[in-house]
Write a protein that binds this ligand. Sequence first.
Ligand SMILES: C[S@@+](CC[C@H](N)C(=O)[O-])C[C@H]1O[C@@H](n2cnc3c(N)ncnc32)[C@H](O)[C@@H]1O
Length: 281
Amino acid sequence: MAQITAKDDGLPCSDVGAWTEDKHTLVALYDRLFSTGMKKKWPTRVYIDLYAGPGFVRVRGTNRMIVGSPLLALGVPDPFDKYVFCESDPALLSALEKRVSRLFPKAHARFVLGDCNEKIEEVCANIPSASKDHGVLTFCFVDPYDISIKFSTVRRLSSYYMDFLFLLAVHMDANRNLEHYLNPNNSKIEEFLGLPDWRERWRIAEGQGTSFPRYLAEDYSGQMEKLGYLPAPWDKMKQVRSDERNLPLYRLALFSRHRVAYEYWDDVLRYSSNQRTLFEG
Ligand SMILES: C[S@@+](CC[C@H](N)C(=O)[O-])C[C@H]1O[C@@H](n2cnc3c(N)ncnc32)[C@H](O)[C@@H]1O
């Protein structure tokens, strides 16, 4: 396994909250369980990061640099056969490209510049073709700052054999902007959920005492079920809180069509509650 240490290399990096380290711990563990577990079952395994970032990030208010999700996925013991990184900021994507070629010169990596919702066909064009005798399994990490991922994008990707790990910004973005999103001219939640009648559905859920973050997460899971995914219950969506103000920020939600992925996710959840290494002993 390639152990990477993030350090200032003069290239752009983003500033992040300290809670990002929790997210990275969970994502790195899932990357590792998934890539190794699926190695014998699938001839080709692909990793997609739709909101890739620059590869190294700095914890806000400190000089501490940490490794971002693309390089964590590249550093697993059984690397994926192909990596596709999408990022809308040209300077950050270029920094990622340079870091990948320096740290993982042999990796089969492709870089897509732009809004992942608009560039989805370019992302899909980079997924190797599957055949009856040669299966291709993709793991897609979706890590936006807000609820900008459109359900039409997810539906398009779901036409492949693909598992998803979503950061659902249902506390951070959605809850804070509820009044704004309720405005009939605002289409953000409709695009996020792919549900034109979400306002009626929310009114019913609210009447039953459901919080807005939970309503969104549960309708999201329902929409994924319509695409053939197993449902993700609210309590299996890992909550990540801000360490500064101890407020919930988002939920990490895994979706797969196969039970085994949920077994890996359960391992990740157990690890995060026990705070012990799964690999000790
Ligand atoms: C939370 S950061 C991603 C961090 C990264 N996944 C990690 O863990 O190191 C979100 C990134 O998505 C980029 N971004 C924002 N909107 C985007 C979009 N519509 N499509 C692709 N990238 C986007 C931002 O520039 C930012 O670098």
